[in-house]
Write a protein that binds this ligand. Structure first.
Ligand SMILES: [Zn+2]
Length: 111
């Protein structure tokens, strides 16, 4: 990877981090406990519980992504950045740009 490519990638990761952190806050909002007075009827309460578990799953995913993006950012200057953690071959730069949080190449990730 060239210095210019790394700079572009760094900016991309920082942008993704910002977006994902906003999502984390939104999901945290949705994950707040449902108070009984907000439950209009049994059906809407069931709906709320259902949405809550969806939001909780999304929150976990978003938090994991923040961690991975931070890891990618801290490893950007390491010589093995962009190398697959499984097969040690270079990851397709297009994939790195698209999913900087990924530490494995397409082949290893789909196994
Ligand atoms: Zn691989």
């Amino acid at each position: 990877m060239t210095t210019a490519e790394k700079q572009a990638l760094k900016e991309k990761i920082e942008k993704l981090l910002q977006e994902t952190e906003i999502k984390v806050k939104e999901y945290e909002e949705l994950c707040r406990p449902i108070s009984p007075e907000n439950a209009i009827g049994r059906v809407s309460r069931m709906d709320a519980i259902n949405n809550k578990s969806v939001a909780e799953a999304a929150l976990r995913t978003a938090k994991r992504k923040v961690e991975k993006l931070n890891t990618a950012l801290s490893k950007l200057e390491e010589p093995d950045f962009g190398t697959c953690s499984s097969c040690k071959r270079p990851i397709n730069p297009k994939r790195v740009m698209l999913m900087p949080e990924s530490t494995r190449c397409v082949r290893c990730a789909s196994r």
